[in-house]
Design a protein around this ligand. Structure first.
Ligand code: TRP
Length: 325
């Protein structure tokens, strides 16, 4: 049986946080151990340039993200783990796809439309201000990432759903003109429990500055968990578990029995200080072993690079023209 190809990219502009871990990294690492799939996971450093024109930050973020995935036990024998810019065929395909993509399709992209809407709010009212062609045609680069390897499934957050639909449209258009070259991908959205809240209770996101970095040293992790916003109920007052950031975060790390136990404590009026201590212990127990490996890996950037080069070699064995698919 032919293995299913599961592909996803990680934009290299930041340091991985607990929300990334629970929502994307942890499920992807688990999936990498499934022998019935070939996962393609890559560092989307060309995508990074759309939002961030600081090479040093992109470089540092690539290193941190690669170290994170390796420290967490990504199975690089099964998974193909590479850096987008090490596979030049992605950019070659981007142009071929650009020439079959209608401008009207790109006009409908949420990311582009949001940027235009924001510009129209300013007194200058210049709808094009600060919008590069990179931002405008971003979905074409993403389509090339996906179509190049004939990915079957693409796990992404809800915000990326439109991009997968565009990849299908673009792939279908290309197939219609030039013959059946590309598999049309399907998005895989993990609905349940994949979105973690940040320190202020909104979705954990770099743009809200409410994140808890995944491999923060133990003391800092504890400090940040202590900062998570709660209501002002006193110890001994019964508390609701729904909409409680502490509870929902605990749920992402604990088994069903542990969750039931903590829910009982809420009803009995657990104090927030105690709940924060419980949450810290739980999160720390899961991340501490990987944190040690992560710190060690960051001291050996050459080793990380070697892994990425091996991944690029495997990817290019498929992407280079004339090679078999
Ligand atoms: N644009 C995606 C994001 O910001 C990252 C990405 C780039 C991606 N290329 C991809 C995801 C291809 C899935 C498939 O999250």
């Amino acid at each position: 049986m032919k293995k299913a190809i599961v592909l996803t990219g990680i934009t290299t502009t930041g340091t991985p946080h607990l929300g990334n871990y629970v929502g994307a990294i942890r499920p992807a690492i688990r999936a990498s151990q499934d022998v019935n799939v070939t996962p393609f996971y890559f560092l989307a450093d060309y995508h990074a340039l759309i939002k961030c024109q600081e090479p040093e930050r992109v470089r540092q973020s690539s290193l941190e993200i690669a170290a994170t995935w390796l420290a967490l036990g990504l199975d690089t024998n099964n998974a193909i783990f590479y850096r987008q810019s090490d596979v030049p065929e992605i950019l070659e395909l981007t142009w071929l796809l650009t020439c079959v993509t209608s401008k009207g399709l790109m006009n409908r992209s949420h990311a582009y439309k949001a940027a235009v809407a924001e510009n129209e709010q300013t007194p200058e009212n210049d709808s094009d201000k600060g919008i590069t062609m990179g931002l405008f045609s971003y979905p074409i680069l993403m389509a090339a990432d996906i179509l190049l390897f004939n990915a079957n499934k693409v796990p992404v957050g809800k915000d990326q759903l439109q991009h997968i639909e565009m990849a299908r449209d673009i792939g279908a258009r290309f197939n219609h003109i030039y013959g059946e070259h590309f598999t049309l991908p399907e998005a895989v959205i993990d609905e349940q429990g994949s979105i973690l809240a940040g320190l202020d209770g909104r979705k954990m996101s770099k743009s809200y500055q409410n994140t808890i970095p995944l491999f923060e040293p133990e003391k800092k992790l504890k400090k940040l968990i202590n900062k998570i916003k709660t209501n002002s109920l006193e110890p001994h007052e019964p508390k609701e578990t729904s909409d409680c950031t502490l509870f929902n975060t605990f749920k992402a790390f604990a088994n069903a029995d542990e969750v039931a136990e903590v829910a009982k404590r809420y009803a009995q009026g657990i104090g927030w200080g105690e709940m924060k201590a419980i949450l810290f212990e739980k999160v720390n127990a899961e991340v501490a072993p990987a944190r040690e490996r992560y710190d060690a890996l960051l001291q050996q950037p050459a080793h990380i690079e070697e892994q990425l080069q091996q991944g690029a070699k495997k990817a290019r064995a498929i992407s280079q023209p004339g090679r078999s698919r």
